[in-house]
Design a protein around this ligand. Structure first.
Ligand SMILES: Nc1ncnc2c1ncn2[C@@H]1O[C@H](COP(=O)(O)OP(=O)(O)OP(=O)(O)O)[C@@H](O)[C@H]1O
Ligand SMILES: [Mg+2]
Length: 406
């Protein structure tokens, strides 16, 4: 039986680990696809850039050729066949002094007046200067000597600019969609798990209700009957009934939105300790230190007692029945309350610290690996607190820390 439960627990741990490996694989594949998409678009962009540069160079060369020729036929040919086909790359032509002579594919708002137009073109020119070096067109006299220059400034066509941005926009949209889908999926998964927890707990509390009231009635009956009234047995019976009532209270609280009340923490913990002391070996020493002695926090008592009991039971298990448990309650500077529970047990391997809170993780033959999962749920979900392994050393001991709001 114990072996079976161990097997089951190991299986559930395997499942959790497998799921996180699958997640990792999916994320890695997505990353590779994203990189490949960016890489290939880059290649296309580079090729297109080269092409555009080719067109511009041809454009500049044609201009150079035209201005240095006096043949009107050739001029017409150059304008028709070479310059006009460029209907996408924005170009500004300036003279040697940097003044704009002509533009092509630069969209100027016709509503602008002369001054605004000039300043717009100046800005456009600055932008082009930042993008590419201008192409120089030398002007030559009959002897072939250069006597002036003109410059062709240009920038990427709209198509090229869009193509450069495209993968980034595409990837951002996909990433945002992916994140939203992931959150929604996780939310629905945890909502489903929540429903299972809550439903099971509620049902258990409900089912326990009937036999407990019946037991209570029996105890009353025994008390009244002279022949059956054995004080010792009835006392024990009453304690068992109380214990069952406590279990019902725990289940019914975890199965609903538990009510939090201001309670004196050291007092609550002392109550749990005295209950535990009766049940564990005399060789286990349990000490409580609280400074100040009255530290109040908003807690649900039945659930909080369950937390302390679970952690202490684990501590007792970890030291094989001989050792010391120290519980230290104090107030932190930021108004938080710290509860440290230290034991002198066998400790937790560093690589397993993260696993101890997972459902199904156990190293015990008869364990279910649910104690700490429940503890974490109660502290984080019901009390908006935190719990973690503060410190652990193999064969020296472990300290669990709980942080609560005051
Ligand atoms: N104080 C501790 N010292 C050493 N190991 C610990 C301690 N507390 C927890 N562990 C380890 O974490 C595991 C999970 O603890 P958890 O309380 O969740 O389950 P469990 O005690 O094995 O079973 P159960 O469901 O009955 O509580 C334990 O099996 C143990 O290996
Ligand atoms: Mg346990």
């Amino acid at each position: 039986m114990a072996k079976e439960s161990q097997k089951l627990a190991n299986k559930s741990i395997d499942l959790i680990k497998k799921r996180s490996t699958i997640n990792l694989v999916i994320v890695s594949i997505a990353f590779v696809i994203a990189l490949a998409s960016v890489y290939f678009t880059r290649i296309i962009v580079e090729q297109l850039k080269e092409r555009e540069l080719g067109i511009i160079t041809l454009y500049a060369k044609s201009l150079e050729f035209t201005v240095n020729q006096n043949n009107p036929d050739e001029l017409a040919f150059v304008v028709q066949e070479i310059m006009t086909p460029n209907n996408s790359i924005p170009v500004i032509q300036t003279n040697g002094l940097g003044q704009v002579i002509s533009t092509k594919n630069v969209k100027v708002d016709p509503a602008l007046d002369e001054e605004e137009r000039e300043s717009f073109l100046k800005d456009e020119l600055e932008e082009m200067k930042l993008e590419y070096e201008p192409i120089e067109i030398p002007f030559r006299n009959e002897n072939g000597e250069v006597y002036d220059y003109q410059y062709i400034y240009y920038k990427n066509s709209l198509l090229l600019s869009r193509l450069e941005y495209y993968p980034h926009v595409q990837l951002s949209v996909i990433a945002i969609f992916g994140i939203i889908a992931y959150i929604a999926f996780n939310y629905s998964k945890s909502a489903e798990q929540n429903r299972v927890w809550v439903g099971l707990a509620k049902e258990t509390a409900h089912q326990l209700g009937t036999p407990i009231s019946s037991l209570m009635a029996w105890v009353e009956y025994f008390k009244e009957d002279e022949t059956l009234n054995n004080k010792e047995i009835i006392g024990e019976l009453e304690k068992d009934v109380q214990r069952l009532e406590m279990i019902t209270a725990r289940f019914s609280n975890i199965g609903s939105v538990p009510v939090l009340n201001y309670e004196n923490l050291p007092e609550c913990v002392a109550g749990t300790i005295s209950y535990l002391k009766r049940r564990v070996s005399k060789k286990v020493e349990i000490n409580l230190k609280a400074n100040p002695s009255d530290i109040r926090a908003r807690i649900n008592k039945p659930l909080f007692d369950w937390v302390i009991e679970n952690i202490c039971k684990n501590a007792v298990d970890s030291m094989g029945g001989v050792g010391k448990i120290d519980i230290n309650i104090k107030r932190a500077i930021d108004e938080k309350i710290i509860i440290d529970i230290s034991d002198t047990g066998k400790g937790i391997q560093k690589s397993k610290i993260k696993d101890v809170f997972l459902p199904g993780y156990t190293t015990k033959a008869r364990g279910w690996g649910l104690g700490l999962t429940l503890v974490k749920r109660i502290i984080e979900k019901n009390h908006e607190g935190k719990i973690f392994v503060r410190n652990t050393e193999i064969n020296e001991g472990t300290t669990f820390r709980i942080l609560l709001r005051s």
